[in-house]
Design a protein around this ligand. Structure first.
Ligand code: SAM
Ligand code: SF4
Ligand code: SF4
Length: 349
């Protein structure tokens, strides 16, 4: 929790060089704009927990678009170069394109969004017009029965594919497609997904099933390690590793040897990438989390609403980051999986 405010450095340039205790800079900010979602993905918001009686946040608890924009500008002074809007499902937050328009005016910011794609066909053009650069769309299978069972609200594959096509058509490119792979659920969908997106210009990324939150019943046995996926894909379509775009990139990049484009692997469980982790997360109600697997956040909303100046908030964030030691994925075990960690749908992916 935020306790003592120790002023750090004075100038924006000096702040930009700030690092945590493991010498990691702050570069990437993920902002969750809602804890609500129109899907109930079994690995993220299982229906047994997120049912009819589940208490989502009241609108007054959420950061307003003005508060989010103010925070983003403060984070930029700390060296943030990229902002990803996430959730819950960000496109269920009304008038999201207004927020995008406000954030897009911050100079030099790479602005992107992760969505389940369900509302993308309708919203892609407005998001592009508002200044969004790219999108990442989650899609776990092309098999109708498997996908409907995974999103658990009977949502059809075709609508997500239409959303992806529309995003590309309006210029939100390249579209990245995220597929969480869970043993016994959608492993048979891996090759069809790879075949489908090979040569499409979109970048498919496979994500190891993670023990985020405390409700998804994670077991190590359910994780399909990246090396197994690489073997599977390479057996049919030859791939080779390529260099990362930048230090700290989450996905390991591979390409099809025949020129069919790129695929990515996010191996947060079997090949932890904490060493280069430069990501901070702001939850729907304005708490700062320095790790996806944190159990507690730091309340920034009370500072925003309590009359603190930008410089004071800047210093608080600097203080929090400067003592950061998070490296959860490097110390994960079946035991740590049981900790009461914050839910993915609240903190954002
Ligand atoms: N609703 C949006 C979506 O699904 O793209 C954005 C929020 S969602 C929490 C962000 C990403 O986290 C999605 O790509 C989703 O598949 C991924 N995700 C959620 N739970 C996960 C888990 N337990 N393990 C791995 N990835 C997960
Ligand atoms: Fe919703 Fe995204 Fe979580 Fe699925 S992964 S339940 S779409 S927030
Ligand atoms: Fe970063 Fe935490 Fe994930 Fe490690 S476990 S990569 S520190 S978010």
């Amino acid at each position: 929790m935020v306790s003592k405010i120790i002023p750090i450095r004075e100038t924006p340039t000096a702040h930009a060089k700030m690092t945590d205790r493991l010498r990691r800079p702050l570069r990437d900010l993920r902002i969750s704009v809602t804890d609500r979602c129109n899907f109930r993905c079994v690995y993220c918001m299982p229906k047994e927990i997120f049912g009819r009686d589940y208490q989502f946040m009241a609108h007054s608890q959420l950061l307003s678009f003005e508060e989010i924009t103010r925070l983003a500008k403060i984070f930029v002074r700390h060296g943030i170069e990229k902002v990803r809007i996430t959730g819950g499902e960000p496109l269920v937050r009304r008038h999201l394109e207004k927020l995008i328009e406000m954030l897009a005016q911050i100079p030099g910011l790479d602005l992107t969004l992760t969505t389940n794609g369900s509302l993308l066909k309708k919203k892609a053009q407005a998001l592009k017009d508002a200044g969004l650069k790219r999108v990442t769309v989650s899609l776990d299978s092309l098999d109708e029965a498997i996908f409907r069972a995974m999103n658990d609200v009977d949502f059809p594959v075709a609508s997500v594919l239409e959303g992806i096509a529309e995003a590309a058509a309006v210029g939100l490119q390249p579209v990245k497609v995220n597929m969480v792979v869970k043993r016994g659920i959608n492993v048979d969908s891996v090759l069809p997904m790879a075949r489908h997106f090979k040569g499409s210009g979109h970048i498919l990324r496979f994500i190891e099933f993670m023990d985020v939150g405390a409700t998804n019943g994670w077991r190590m046995d359910d994780v399909i390690p990246t090396r197994e996926l690489v073997r599977m894909i390479n057996g049919e379509m030859a791939i080779e590793p390529i260099d990362p775009n930048y230090q700290g990139e989450v996905a390991e990049r591979w390409r099809y040897k025949d020129g069919g484009g790129e695929v990515g692997f996010i191996s947060s469980v079997t090949q932890a990438f904490c060493r280069d982790c430069n990501r901070a997360r702001v939850s729907t109600e304005g708490k700062l989390y320095t790790c996806l697997f944190a159990t507690e956040g730091h309340d920034l909303r009370s500072l925003l609403r309590g009359g603190k100046s930008d410089d004071e908030i800047l210093d608080v964030i600097g203080q929090i980051w400067s003592v950061r030691e998070d490296r959860y994925s490097e110390i994960r075990s079946e035991h740590t999986a049981g900790l009461r960690k914050v839910e993915m749908s609240y903190i954002g992916g």
